[in-house]
Design a protein around this ligand. Structure first.
Ligand code: SAH
Length: 250
C-alpha cells in the first residue's frame, strides 16, 4: 500500500466506498502545488455524516484532482453541543478564537455585535474557511456551523430557552464556572464572551435579566476576550464535555 502522509481534507459531499470524487480547484491546488502529492498516494477525507476514509489519488493536476474512497477509518460520533458566541475582535485575535473554538469542540459559532464591537470587518466566509482548516488539523470530523453576525438584542430575543446561556461577565460577580457548568451538564449550552471594550452597563443588565442566562465569573482577574473564550471552553469540556471520555472518542 502507498505511504500515507497525514493529509486530512474536509469533503462536503457523500463519502461512499469505491466512489470517485472530483475535488475543486482549491483542494487540487493544495494537494498538487503545496503538498506535492502524486497519483497513487493515499490521503484521509472526512465529514461529520459519513466519518473518515482512506482515499487514493487517481489523477492529480493543479486544476483538478480525482480521489477514490477506499475504506472507512473512523465512524461518525456524537459531538458536544456547545456554542461559542463572541464579539469579533481584531483580525489576528478573531482568527485565534475561531481556531481554538474548533479545537475545543464547539458545534456552532455566532459572531455577536454589541455596543463596543468593532463590527466593520465581520467576514463569515473567511471564518468558515478557518474553521475547516482547524478541523482538518485537529482530527475532528465536523465543521462547526458559523452563523451570520447577530445583534445582541436579536440574539437574546430569538433565543431558544432550552439552551442555557453562560454569560462570562467581566464584573466578576457571577458563580464559578465549574459549579455552574456541572449543574447544567445535561442541557445544550452556549458561552457568551464580550468584546475588548467589554459589555456596556445596559447590556450587562439586559443579559443578566434573562432566565436562560447564568452569570459566570472566571476568577478575580480581567481576561482578554480570547483568553476568556479558550479558558471557559476548556473548563466546560473538562467538566461536562468530551475531555471526560477522551479515549472513547478517538
Ligand atoms: N475591557 C473590559 C474587559 C473586557 S474583557 C474591562 O476592562 O472591563 C472581554 C470579555 O472577556 C468580557 O466581556 C467577558 O465576556 C470576558 N471576561 C474577561 N474577564 C472575565 C472574568 N474574570 N470573568 C468572566 N468573564 C470575563
Amino acid at each position: 500500500m502507498a505511504s500515507i502522509r497525514n493529509i486530512r481534507l474536509y469533503i462536503d459531499c457523500d463519502l461512499i466506498i469505491s466512489s470517485n470524487i472530483e475535488l475543486d480547484d482549491m483542494k487540487s491546488h493544495y494537494l498538487c502545488n503545496v503538498m506535492r502529492c502524486t497519483q497513487g498516494e493515499n490521503i484521509k477525507c472526512f465529514n461529520s455524516q459519513d466519518g473518515e476514509f482512506l482515499c487514493e489519488i487517481q489523477n492529480i493536476n493543479k486544476k483538478s484532482t480525482t480521489i477514490k474512497v477506499l475504506q472507512q477509518i473512523k465512524t461518525p460520533s456524537l459531538e458536544s453541543d456547545i456554542w461559542l458566541i463572541f464579539a469579533p475582535l481584531k483580525k489576528d485575535k478573531t482568527d485565534f478564537v475561531i481556531e481554538k473554538a474548533v479545537e475545543l469542540g464547539v458545534s456552532k459559532i455566532i459572531p455577536v455585535i454589541t455596543q463596543h464591537t468593532n463590527s466593520e470587518k465581520i467576514k463569515v466566509e473567511r471564518y468558515k474557511q478557518q474553521a475547516i482548516e482547524a478541523a482538518e488539523q485537529c482530527e475532528r470530523l465536523s465543521i462547526p456551523q458559523i452563523s451570520t453576525a447577530k445583534s445582541l438584542t436579536d440574539l437574546l430575543t430569538e433565543w431558544n430557552k432550552e439552551r442555557v446561556l453562560f454569560f462570562m461577565n467581566e464584573q466578576r460577580n457571577g458563580q464559578d464556572a465549574i459549579t455552574t457548568f456541572t449543574k447544567y451538564a445535561n442541557k445544550p449550552a452556549a458561552i457568551l464572551i464580550g468584546p475588548e471594550g467589554g459589555f456596556s452597563t445596559d447590556e450587562i443588565a439586559k443579559i443578566s435579566a434573562q432566565d436562560f442566562v447564568k452569570n459566570i465569573s472566571l476568577g478575580p482577574r480581567i481576561l482578554r476576550a480570547e483568553t476568556a473564550a479558550t479558558a471557559s471552553l476548556a473548563v466546560w469540556q473538562s467538566c461536562v464535555g468530551d475531555w471526560k471520555k477522551s479515549k472513547e472518542n478517538l
